[in-house]
Design a protein around this ligand. Sequence first.
Ligand code: ZN
Length: 561
Amino acid sequence: MFDLLIKDAEIFDGSGAQPVHGDVGVSGGKIAAVGGKLGAAKATVKAEGLALAPGIIDGHTHYDAQITWDPFVDPSPALGVTTAILGNCGFTIAPCRPADRDLTLRHLTHVEGMSLDALRAGVRWEFESFPQYLDMLTRLGVGPNVACFSGHSSVRTWVMGEEATQRVATDEEVVKMAALVREAMAAGAVGFASSTAEAHNGEGGLPMPSRLADDRELRALVNAMGESRAGVYMLTRGAKTSIPYLEELAAEIKRPVVIAALFHSNTNPTAAFTTLDQVNAARGRGHQLVAQTSCCPLSMDFTFKSPYLFESMKSWKAAMAAHGEAELKAVYRDPAWRAAVKQELAAARGRLVFNGEWDKLFVVEVAKPENQAMEGATLAALAKEAGKDPLDFILDFALSENLDTAFVAQLLHNDEKAVAKILADPNTHISLSDAGAHLTFFCDAGFGLHLMGHWSRDLGVLDLAQAVHRLTGQPATLFGIRNRGLVREGYAADLMLFDPRTVARGPKRRAHDLPSGAARLTTSAVGLHGVWINGTRVADQKGFCVDPKARPGEVLRNFMS
Ligand SMILES: [Zn+2]
């Protein structure tokens, strides 16, 4: 007798093969039988008309901090995610000495878009080393399965302290960092993650530590990972790490190099395809480069108290360095500073996060009732009406509302024809949900449902069997995750049951449920009927349905080479 029988489903096995109709039996947390009519079970779920697939593997999350106070990393499992990869971009919290805890959180508060109060109140610090972090997660238990990167910024801070954000490392320091990466790989890291991206700044506009690494350091750490003959090198790429350079590293370490973030920009529409061509040419030469992309348009909600989207600009440094709101407002008023920003925007051509597309920047919510008529208008239109430069207009307006005006910017990846081409390339890794980060700016944790609903069903860019494969079997192979990502006998019972006619991600909404009451954006599933992690049901049609004390997930530590 099975523990669970899911009856009469269209079974998409995650391999990309067309579905078969039948039952799936689950016993002891594993898939015990697949297909045809199966026998009796302690519990039965009728799935006539529904699709059953492996659970989603979210390859790009930032749940490192959140998982220590919220083992279910809300909302991802309620959106079909059964395995989350943590530590992307190298923004980890382990290793960390007690003396560096606040420094680490101050780095994260900015890139994570999470209030420092929430992080200070929330993070459980029952570890110092990376192996101890994995041990803590194992001891406390996790909701979904998790795999963790060894993170460059943490490794650098451990060795260099405050100076990690200020200078290149000495040879001796590089040796110490490499030893930490080896230690993490031996303990079960899924790889090594780093960032050279100009948009990645900590508190006060200080660059994230990994951005200070030179070639010698990066090469040493990536090689330290490669020695383990497992794992991937993941990085979010800035200007100084070209694709040919990354191909050289891939050739050296003979491991996959996962390159974020492949976004299409309307202001430099060919750049994403040039990158993709370079990556595919490298693959043709036998080097395992993988372009990581998104299936969600990148838009951000923001106010001028923390306008992340402008912070990849050199000229914005003065604003990021401001202490307190009075200083910040003085920077915003300064005509010389405004001139520098305008000049940089004019030369942006797709290299920045916000590239001057004022027609895609909207007023969401005004602070003063008399301005209500402006809600929903674009900044391009408002500035034109006022006869002002758009930057002057938006800053003057935000200042007049005490910086409380809420805006939304549609930044990247919103040309559907171009994005379709990127998604249709079978070798791109579709993820970049950034779940757990940028919590006040956006929530793309439901990216998998969006791929299956919007891109597969509505637009026909890839068939459902392919869409499922790209979210399950493909990332399982990429990260070397054993016995997951397929609906196959003996595999873990990580499953998702959904209605292909309605599956989608719901609208985003604001919740005030972070530690210390801080706000975040979240979303619910549409058309999702069930999610199981290692055989335990964690979500039904209404969302989470699991006993909050259950910990069905596994901390994954043993990856295929
Ligand atoms: Zn990231």
